[in-house]
Design a protein around this ligand. Structure first.
Ligand code: NAP
Ligand code: GDD
Length: 338
């Protein structure tokens, strides 16, 4: 049995990765969770409801990327073969409001975890995956690949870049099996509600069901290379199975504007986005990343990875999911009134 430790298991990617590893019968999965006043485990609850042959292989531990001693303790207790560092304050807009916190968790948090991994690696081999981000490319012109110079445009991106270089340095300095996956935007029905794709699919479906009248958005001209999170966690795993640690770009190689996203999401429920979408500077950023378009050729050639869900398939999947949620909410409110 291999042991995997996932920071950020309660997040979008953490939940898909845990599911993916548990589906392979040779993994025990350990997740790091933060103490909060109310439980935040909706994305992984279903895994505990599975057959005991699966749920018995899933374990949660309290720790925090801001707390080095808790990371060292979990590392010592679990003694993982593979560590996936997915934990982060991952919202770019919020990182402008909380730059120090973001730098601490995203940047120093990775260093704290790398130190704990380095210590364990003295007595057993440990493989480390770092969740790096296409945000690190910032204003670098597209397409962006492994040879593109970084130009980060947010506190989040600067912190991710620091973590990316620390990961590479631990590989070069200590011979750690450490990989940095530079992942372009990836989404799913489990995407946090304040990221633009989910905001669009929730907005369109709630408007369709009469639960909301308008959708207030920021910059509609930004372009992103959007893939499906389920496809991207497979790439993370493949990186740690390869015989040599390395860095990879994971992307679809296609880019769409936020406007095109809105057009598609609203049209899937028979509406025209222009009738409902309003603009507010509240949702713009002090410095924006205009265009992201990744070159995933190395991940495809070396790891044999390829995305299975395209942009239209992804947004359709999210709209169908959110339409069902909106219908249930409308039904519940009608039922309460009668
Ligand atoms: P997400 O849904 O926001 O999940 C973030 C996870 O990090 C949550 O489990 C969260 O726990 C945890 N976390 C936050 N602060 C923490 C702390 N101080 N200590 C420990 N855990 C903490 O993010 P995601 O979309 O799954 O992304 C996963 C990782 O990939 C992140 O590092 C993100 O920056 C990076 N990334 C994402 C994308 C993308 O498009 N999704 C692209 C490139 C890179 P709570 O549930 O308790 O909040
Ligand atoms: N969130 C949000 N809300 N974004 C909006 C809105 C809005 O109302 N209106 C326009 N946008 C634009 C943003 O300005 C940005 O250009 C784009 O939509 C995408 O925004 P997000 O979905 O918030 O994602 P992101 O690209 O900033 O960051 C995500 O992808 C990164 C990888 O490139 C996050 O998942 C990061 O954690 C990840 O590293």
């Amino acid at each position: 049995m291999k042991r995997a430790l996932i920071t950020g298991i309660t997040g979008q990617d953490g939940s898909y990765l845990a599911e993916f590893l548990l589906a392979r019968t040779d993994y025990e999965v350990h997740g790091l969770v933060r103490r909060s006043s109310s439980l935040n485990r909706q994305r992984i609850d279903h895994l505990f409801a599975l057959d005991r042959s699966v749920s018995d292989r899933l374990h949660l531990h309290y720790a925090d990327l801001a707390d080095a001693s808790s990371l060292a303790m979990v590392m010592e207790l679990v003694r993982p073969d593979e560590v996936y560092n997915l934990g982060a304050q991952s919202h770019v807009r919020v990182s402008f409001d909380q730059p120090l916190y973001t730098a601490d968790v995203v940047g120093l948090g990775t260093l704290r975890l790398l130190e704990a991994v380095r210590h364990l690696n003295r007595s057993q081999p440990v493989r480390f995956y770092q969740a790096s981000s296409s945000e690190m490319y910032g204003s670098a012109p597209p397409p962006q690949g492994l040879d593109t110079p970084f130009h980060p445009r947010s506190p989040y991106a600067c912190a991710k870049l620091y973590a990316h270089w620390q990961t590479i340095n631990y590989r070069e300095a200590y011979g750690l099996f450490a990989c940095s996956g530079i992942l372009f935007n990836h989404e799913s029905p489990r995407r946090g509600e304040s990221f633009v794709t989910r905001k669009a699919t929730l907005g369109a479906t709630r408007i369709k069901e009469g639960l909301q009248k308008k959708l207030v958005m920021g910059n509609l001209d930004a372009r992103r290379d959007w893939g499906f999170a389920g496809d991207y966690v497979r790439a993370m795993w493949l990186m740690l199975q390869h015989d040599k640690p390395d860095d990879y770009v994971v992307a679809t190689g296609q880019t769409f504007s936020v406007r095109a996203l809105l057009e598609l999401a609203f049209s899937l429920v028979g509406l025209d986005y222009q009738d409902f979408v309003e603009f507010d500077t509240r949702y713009t950023r002090p410095s924006e990343v205009d265009v992201l378009l990744g070159d995933p050729s190395k991940a495809m050639n070396v790891l044999g990875w390829k995305p299975e869900v395209d942009f239209r398939g992804l947004i359709t999947m999210m709209v169908e999911h959110d339409l069902e949620l909106a219908r249930r909410e409308r039904f519940a409110s009608t039922y309460r009134q009668t």
